[in-house]
Design a protein around this ligand. Structure first.
Ligand code: SF4
Length: 213
C-alpha cells in the first residue's frame, strides 16, 4: 500500500522537512493529488495539454507578444503588458515582495470559479505555513522583509475579529513600511469607525466580486 503524506495535516516543522524531500517526481505526484482534492470529480474532465500542444501555444503567445512590442510598457518582470495606473498593492505584488495571508477558508458566496471549497474556517496560512498567532506572522514578515500584506480567504470579514487582529498587529510595529490590503466580496463591508480609521483599517480594500475599493 502506498503511503501518501499530506502536508496540510502537519505543522510548520514537518513542512520544512517535507520541503527538503521534494524531488520533481514527488512534486508532480503532490500537484496531481492537490488538483484531485481541489476539483473532485471535475478533475477527470480537466484537459492538460501534452508537450506538443504546449509548444504550439507558447509559439502562438510569442507571436502575439511580438505584435505588442513597442506599443506597451511591460511590468511585473515582463509578465504584464500594461502597468499604468496600478494600485500600490498591485505594484508591490508585481515586485514579488508581498505576502498573501489566507485568514480563513469559509465564504458567504458561491462563485463558480472559486478555486477552493470554502467549508472550513481553519487557521491563517500562507505558503503552507500556519500562523495561529498574529505576532508570529509579524516575525515572519520582518524576517523576510515583506513590503506588502494582503488579507485573503475565504471571506476575511466572516472572521472579522481575527482579520482585524492581524491587521492591527502588523500595523503597530511596521506602520506604513508594509502596505496592507484586504480582499472581500463586499457583502459584509461596513465603514470603520471614523474616529480611529488608522488603527483598524487596511490601506485598501479590494473586492473579489465588484469594483468596490
Ligand atoms: S468571493 Fe472569493 S472566496 Fe468567496 S466564493 Fe467567490 S472566489 Fe471564492
Amino acid at each position: 500500500m502506498k503511503l501518501i503524506i499530506h502536508p496540510a495535516k502537519f505543522g510548520n516543522f514537518a513542512r520544512l522537512i517535507l520541503n527538503r524531500m521534494k524531488t520533481p517526481a514527488w512534486l508532480k505526484q503532490y500537484n496531481i493529488l492537490k488538483n484531485q482534492e481541489e476539483y473532485g470529480l471535475k478533475y477527470n474532465f480537466l484537459h492538460f495539454p501534452d508537450a506538443q500542444l504546449a509548444r504550439e501555444m507558447l509559439d502562438e503567445r510569442d507571436a502575439i507578444i511580438r505584435l505588442l512590442e513597442n506599443r506597451v510598457t511591460w511590468t511585473h518582470k515582463s509578465t504584464k503588458a500594461d502597468g499604468s495606473g496600478l494600485s500600490e498593492g498591485c505594484r508591490i505584488c508585481g515586485e514579488g515582495t508581498w505576502s498573501c495571508l489566507f485568514i480563513n477558508g469559509i465564504c458567504n458566496s458561491r462563485c463558480f470559479y472559486c478555486p477552493s471549497p470554502q467549508h472550513e474556517v481553519g487557521e491563517p496560512e500562507t505558503n503552507s505555513l500556519i500562523f495561529p498567532e498574529p505576532g508570529t506572522y509579524v516575525d515572519y514578515l520582518k524576517e523576510f522583509g515583506f513590503r506588502g500584506v494582503s488579507i485573503s480567504g475565504g471571506e476575511p470579514l466572516l472572521t472579522f475579529e481575527k482579520s482585524l487582529s492581524f491587521i492591527q498587529t502588523v500595523r503597530k510595529p511596521l506602520g506604513d513600511a508594509v502596505y496592507i490590503w484586504l480582499y472581500t466580496n463586499g457583502k459584509l463591508f461596513q465603514e470603520c469607525p471614523a474616529e480611529k480609521p488608522n488603527s483598524c483599517s487596511p490601506h485598501r480594500l479590494g473586492s473579489t466580486l465588484q469594483k468596490r475599493e
